[in-house]
Write a protein that binds this ligand. Sequence first.
Ligand code: NAD
Ligand code: ZN
Ligand code: ZN
Length: 379
Amino acid sequence: MNALVYHGPKKVTVDKVPDAKMLKETDVIVRITSTNICGSDLHMYEGRTDVENGKILGHENLGQVVEVGKAVETVKKGDYVCLPFNVACGFCENCERGFTGACLTVNPGFAGGAYGFAGMGPYSGGQAELLRVPYADFNCLRLPEDAQEKENDYVMLSDIFPTGWHATRLAGFTPGDAIVIFGAGPVGLLAALSASIQGASKILVVDQHPDRLKLAEQIGAIAIDPSKGDAVEQVLALTGGKGADCGCEAVGYQCHDHHGHEVPNLTMNSLVRTVKATGGIGVIGVFIPSDPNATDKLAKQGAIAFDLGTFWSKGQKMGSGQANVKSYNRKLRELIHLGKAKPSMIVSHELPLAQAPDAYRNFDERTAGWTKVILKPGA
Ligand SMILES: NC(=O)c1ccc[n+]([C@@H]2O[C@H](COP(=O)([O-])OP(=O)(O)OC[C@H]3O[C@@H](n4cnc5c(N)ncnc54)[C@H](O)[C@@H]3O)[C@@H](O)[C@H]2O)c1
Ligand SMILES: [Zn+2]
Ligand SMILES: [Zn+2]
């Protein structure tokens, strides 16, 4: 089969590799029809993780089931399914409590597994023609009869729609809240969409890319561009000086100032300053335990200089970690099916798999107009 393979920093190619194969009777094989490039892929693409050469990338996957293991009961050949980026067992103590992003079975010695991801287990990614899905009964979200018609919406259930939603839950969002979101990448934008669906009174989205800010405005958010004045001051001015009720970090450890210089504590400390006393902060952007290629001394050790004193004095709360996609994807599927949510509004490009290397380059450079790419391996 053809697959997008990582060969080192900024080197990805579409290679002929052995077909994805069943390993257990609880597996299915899915012929991938849509698979997205994610901001998380860029951390790997830029050589800022320990992902191994030869890894097939891709954790935002949707497709049609072509082979079904003997022990699989609910998934049938021909079903269209969307796969949570988390690979999870469904029966460990974390999965049982809904924390499928911290499954203890699928990546021994670590809490959490994912397709095509640094440090998340041996699972190949789905930026390929075929994907092996373990514990298929648990991991496959079956899609209704409009699966193909709304495929570009449903594929967002693999990660960024549930992840954006999770960011608002981690922040303790309640209807009527004003929320500030740092980052207008796909995750920040769908956090804004999630806040809007849940009844936000005001959504403030911070980013420096005009094309992404325009999408935030289409969602009903107020766009805040740090290149036009201090972002914290702008948010405070728009929230009566006290700050937003809650906030989300949707950027991660490679956050930077508007000149492009990485400042690893920038978004976290900006959130402490722009969220009101007693407010919550949802940290969905990825931070990693060690980042040897960082220029900052603390960041090399996965640390930042965090304004703990202000955070504590304001009595703020914080939640973080991988999104537990399965906690949300079934209900969000219904919002899409019934026409109440259209997460595909952020999609800028649909491309055949062969064009993936070029798409990686453009998405990584945040070339204007490249907000979200869906690869179509069948095309
Ligand atoms: N926790 C999870 O389960 C989960 C799931 C998916 C993605 N993520 C992470 O979420 C983050 C965002 O993903 P994405 O796909 O939207 O990525 P992206 O890289 O496309 O978007 C990040 C955006 O942040 C902006 N940005 C950079 N510095 C900023 C700053 N100081 N203030 C405001 N905005 C700033 C960039 O301009 C960019 O538009 C990544 O770290 C990704 O790895 C986490
Ligand atoms: Zn993703
Ligand atoms: Zn588990």
